[in-house]
Write a new protein. Structure first.
Length: 426
């Protein structure tokens, strides 16, 4: 079954008669030839990669990976002096080839008397020599060969570009502001460590952020530990380092002998390069999240909207409020949550001289509410892997971590298609 082309696409330069009966025939040609021409373009392996990479939520489907996006869409670029690559794109290429296959078969018809040439009743039939089907065919050949040439010229184009992240934040952060931020890869970051041997002869005490050595390839791990009775009794990670994996043994300096730990948790090791960029929407630091009416006040006569709140350590908060028949405030809804407030701040409805107040119970801590991948990321990254974990920069609080959901595929080394010759009459 065809994936990209439908009978309705044959308009304009590729216009075909799409009546009640011919539409079924055109669909049969699409089903027969779409895959065939794509395999001839890319070869079996690269074709299979293309199909697996498609975003099927749009019509027609489009690739997700940069390597395939480049050759799928129309493109043009100079590759040397006086040499220009110009591609109409894969959809246009397929339309031209299918147009040609369909049109050339219309020149004759199979009847009970055998294969016969059709004869138009009210018009003069154009000869095959002058038929426009050759122009369509050769235009598609040009795109076919251009795409193959581009791939060969960019043979070493890498894969593993970050295409998307999982939408949920892997580790919640604090202290962020809505902004665009860079990310760093946490490759082999140690996250858990257990005592394997307590050893003996060490000097009692509590030691923090001590350097370590390992039998693995990781670097930069520091640990905090407790020595009691000359033995290692507690062990925890300080700085997680990089390049560690489950099962690595960890050693630390000391006067005793035999004590060591083992890594029991670490992020996967990755060779990703280039900086990923994300656009984040963050909870405002010190914004009012919950509150309690601590004094209903007196003398209020009307419900009001978007009224300022005075006091506290922050600014910008406004509210809607409702009053009862006695003139006391019975309900307060925060409209603008403001910024910079603290738990326990008492705020007064400032537009009025009356004395109704609220007390803040919880405030925003700057955690990331949502984020989207920036368009720079697929262009700038390479060799990442699915489930790689990255840390979002741009905060003085705790950093948030996100996880890679999909990376670019499309190994140009897999190109094994066939070059096509232009159609010419001799």
């Amino acid at each position: 079954m065809a994936v990209f082309i439908t009978p309705s696409m044959f308009v304009g330069k590729y216009k075909l008669n799409t009546g009640m009966y011919s539409t079924t025939d055109i669909q049969a040609y699409i089903d027969k030839y779409e895959q065939q021409y794509l395999v001839q373009l890319l070869g079996a392996d690269l074709y299979d990669e293309l199909i697996s990479d498609l975003n099927l939520t749009v019509t027609p489907p489009i690739p997700k990976s940069p390597n395939f996006i480049k050759i799928f869409a129309p493109f043009y670029e100079n590759v040397s002096i006086f040499q220009l690559l110009y591609s109409e794109g894969i959809i246009d290429m397929l339309k031209g080839f299918i147009y040609w296959e369909y049109s050339k078969d219309l020149l004759t018809t199979m009847t009970i008397a055998g294969e016969v040439s059709q004869n138009a009743e009210n018009s003069a039939k154009v000869s095959a020599l002058n038929s426009g089907m050759w122009d369509r065919y050769n235009t598609s050949v040009k795109t076919h060969n251009t795409i193959q040439k581009y791939i060969r010229l960019n043979w070493d184009q890498g894969e593993g570009q970050i295409v998307s992240f999982y939408s949920n934040v892997f580790v919640n952060g604090t202290g962020y502001y809505t902004s665009t931020q860079n990310c760093i890869l946490l490759s082999g970051l140690a996250t858990a460590i257990n005592i394997q041997n307590q050893g003996s002869g060490y000097t009692d005490g509590v030691y923090t952020n001590q350097p370590t050595t390992t039998n693995g390839s990781g670097t930069g791990l520091t640990v905090s530990y407790t020595i009691s009775g000359g033995q290692l009794t507690a062990l925890s990670i300080g700085v997680g380092g990089s390049g560690y994996k489950y099962g690595d043994f960890i050693y630390f300096a000391g006067a005793g002998t035999g004590a060591y730990g083992m890594i029991t948790g670490a992020y996967q090791i990755s060779s990703g390069t280039g900086t990923a960029v994300v656009d984040i929407v963050a909870q405002t630091v010190g914004s009012i999240l919950t509150h309690t009416i601590t004094s209903a006040g007196t003398g209020y006569s009307n419900n009001a909207q978007n009224i300022g709140l005075a006091g506290g350590t922050g600014n910008g908060a406004t509210c809607n409020f409702t009053v009862n028949q006695s003139g006391g405030v019975t309900g307060v809804t925060i409209v603008n949550k403001g910024a910079g407030y603290s738990v326990g701040d008492t705020l007064t409805i400032s537009t009025y001289t009356q004395d109704a107040t609220i007390t803040i119970n919880t405030v925003g801590n700057g955690q990331i509410l949502s984020f989207t991948i920036n368009s720079l990321t697929p262009k700038n990254t390479m060799n990442y892997k699915i489930n790689d974990i990255l840390e979002i920069q741009g905060t003085n609080g705790t950093k948030a971590r996100i996880r890679v959901n999909y990376v670019g595929i499309g190994d140009y080394h897999s190109l094994d298609g066939i070059e096509k010759l232009y159609g010419n009459w001799i």
